[in-house]
Design a protein around this ligand. Structure first.
Ligand code: ADP
Ligand code: MG
Length: 366
């Protein structure tokens, strides 16, 4: 629709003072570059600083230090109405006394657009979000999903340079959430609007984003594509937050070509490794579905031995807890449900394709 804009955060920090006089660092030296037309999601547990970061971008809060650059120009202390951004909230925040048409037209009227142009844009937006025919309804006569579509149309109508979303789907039921998130993604791609989205839902973040920023305690833990975040998490926090993971202590004897040579219970193998991994102790991360397990003595070829502690049928997969070398690991398997199901107490062998493991630096506390 229009040319896209870039957004850069440089060491942005926001400290709040609580009513009791305590200082809370909500956002702690956050640096981030968001490209033109990119869809970036801030993901993390409640209280990690996502909303505050978004409000700093929008101008509802001002940072204590750091810069926020829109197309290279520092806007960190520019008032929100001068930033040409629009935000979609969890609570929809529609005007209850205005019709759908009037809600969507609101920002255009503030910008003193002509009547003809307002009508044209509102109808275009209503068509984009599949609301055609509902222009005279009031928000109370709409479903939650329809209300959020109105909010989305209202935000897009003003052709913002950056579109901001704060958990916009959290009030909707699960099916609608999935439907609406793919609509948002398609619209954003089609319009090419630079977007920053906040959620605590990892599946939502994965399915929507070009890149995900995982936040923890006001800080950025990792910025990656969804696939890289899952297969190459930089920290245990990220590995745990995005899906499930087993962590196994290993010794690294050498690092070469992005791989670490690890020693694990008498076996040696080259496994993809984080760039900070050095010879010495390290942590091997294995996703439950990266592990292959089968009954000992069968057609199995796994090099590690173990015993099944529990077996759970989920339908699309089998979930096993396995005891191996004094450690419990989780295995998620989609093949044994069709035959060769393992049972509690079974002696097994297991292994994994080295390319599906990931070696991380040992976790340092503090
Ligand atoms: N206005 C405020 N005054 C004091 N503390 C705040 C204020 N806003 C947010 N915080 C604190 O900052 C931290 C981050 O909050 P927030 O950005 O809302 O997290 P999230 O959106 O990730 O759940 C929390 O500890 C929260 O309690
Ligand atoms: Mg929040």
């Amino acid at each position: 629709m229009t040319e896209a804009h870039s957004l850069v955060l440089e060491a942005v920090t926001k400290v709040f003072e609580t009513p009791e006089g305590r200082l809370v660092t909500a956002v702690d030296h956050v640096s981030l570059t968001i490209g033109q037309g990119e869809f970036v999601t801030l993901l993390g547990p409640s209280g990690c600083g996502k909303t505050t970061t978004l409000r700093l971008i929008a101008g509802f809060e001002f940072p204590n230090s750091g810069r926020i650059l829109l197309d290279g120009k520092d806007i960190a202390h520019t008032p929100p109405n001068k930033r040409e951004m629009a935000m979609v909230f969890q609570s929809y925040a529609l005007f209850p006394h205005l019709t759908v048409f009037e809600n969507i037209a609101y920002g255009l009227q503030l910008r003193r657009k002509s009547k003809a142009e307002i009508t044209r844009i509102v109808h275009e937006m209503m068509e984009l979000v599949n609301l055609t025919g509902l222009e005279h309804r009031r928000p109370t006569a709409l479903s939650g999903g329809q209300q959020q579509r109105v909010a989305l149309a209202r935000a897009m109508a003003v052709q913002p340079k950056v579109l901001l979303f704060d958990e916009p789907l959290s009030n909707l039921d699960a099916k609608l959430r999935v439907a609406l998130r793919s609509e948002i993604r398609q619209l954003q791609k089609r319009l090419g609007i630079t977007s920053v989205y906040v959620t605590h839902d990892q599946a939502e973040a994965m399915s929507l984003s070009d890149r995900i920023v995982v936040m923890n305690n006001g800080r950025v833990e990792q910025v990656s594509t969804p696939a890289a975040l899952y297969t190459r998490p930089a920290t245990r926090f990220v590995a745990d937050f995005i899906g499930r993971a087993n962590f196994i202590n290993v010794q690294v004897s050498a690092v070469r070509d992005g791989h670490a040579l690890i020693h694990l219970w008498g076996h040696e193998m080259a496994v993809p490794a984080h760039e900070a991994v050095r010879p010495g102790p390290a942590t091997l991360m294995l996703r439950p579905e990266a592990i292959r397990a089968s009954r000992d003595g069968g057609e199995c070829c796994g090099c590690f031995t173990g015993r099944v502690r529990s077996a759970t049928i989920l339908g699309n997969s089998m979930e096993y807890e396995i005891e191996t070398h004094g450690q419990a690991i989780s295995v998620s398997d989609t093949s044994t449900i069709w035959g060769g199901m393992l049972a509690e107490g079974d002696a097994i062998r297991w292994d994994f394709a080295p390319e599906r493991g990931f070696v991380m630096p040992p976790e340092h506390q503090g």
